[in-house]
Design a protein around this ligand. Sequence first.
Ligand code: SOE
Length: 385
Amino acid sequence: MKTLNIGIIGYKFMGKAHSNAWKTAQYFFDLNIKPVMKVACGRNREQLKEFADNWGWEEIETDWRKMVQRDDVDIVDIATPPNVHHDIAIEAAKAGKHIFCEKPLANSYEEAKEMYEAAEKNGIKHYLNHNYRRCPAVMLAKRLIDEGKIGRIFHWRGAYLQSWIVDPNFPLTWHLRKEIAGSGPQSSINSHNVDLARFLVGEIKSVNAMTAQFIEERPLPDESVSGTFKGAVKGTQKGKVTVEDAAFMLAEFENGAIGSFDSTVFAPGRKNYNYFELYGSRGSLIFDLERMNELQYFSLEDPDYSQGFRTILATEPVHAYIEHWWPPGHIIGWEHEFVHAAVDLLDAIDKDINIEPNFYDGMKGMQVLDAGLKSAETGERIYLE
Ligand code: SOE
């Protein structure tokens, strides 16, 4: 059995989701290449050691530049905040390592473009983890669209709504600092919805957007408490929020469809509501991540007396990836999409084929997101070249 060694950078929320994926893939999928969890990289040696021991990473390393140069690392897994994606990916590409990178790809279109060019120039496989494409119900939406069941697409109504910073006492974590996060929900969550729109509808031609900031200052976080979403606060000092709290964007697609993207972290009741409605000349689709095993489908081909949205439970062996998991109705979860991504990257390397979404998709996505932020600043419609 061929093996490839993984080197991961980042050991918090995404480090855990990625570790679970690398560990689990071989138990449920027939892999031609088996991933070896070789080395985990991070700054805090103590927390890193605990993470590596818990998940079974063989070694630890606190200098990512050393790690990406190691001859015994074949795939670099970037599970860090987005401000360091660019530098790590460029070094990893130059060292000939394949890359599994968390979203958003980078903090600007320019950075993303350099990453894409470096990856292509060095002939590596590069995957960008917009994990929601690998949700079986989303793959079913793609299948229905590709089979012409939806016809010409008129509209995309996308939304990605969360609520974990509605509390003004939630601290100023890295997600709220422009120098680390790049921007707020526009990049952290709307990037997912824009990726789904590019996957299901097509390229975006122009955007109009507006942003809002509801809370300008927040208490500083207690970095010693791991678990960003726990919201641990240190002392009484406050810091300025330097990203938007919500971004609403309209878009014209190259194929003539028009659409909208609502993204906010101030939607009480919405926990991880990555959602889309898609309307076409022959039918419509609705997906809601909080009900991720289901796809709602309306078809104008149904007899007029029985037309209506039907809810399809995408847990049959015929649905993407499901045959590797459980019998019908034994639903799967958020973390399974990450396993699918690990499996597909290993397969892309084995077969020397491309995987999507990749750094090209990340570059195109950042172009849309940056244009949206520029439109919000100028009040103008921005056309993407
Ligand atoms: C926080 O908004 C977050 O963890 C995003 O960073 C992830 O990409 C998304 O899948 C869930 O929410």
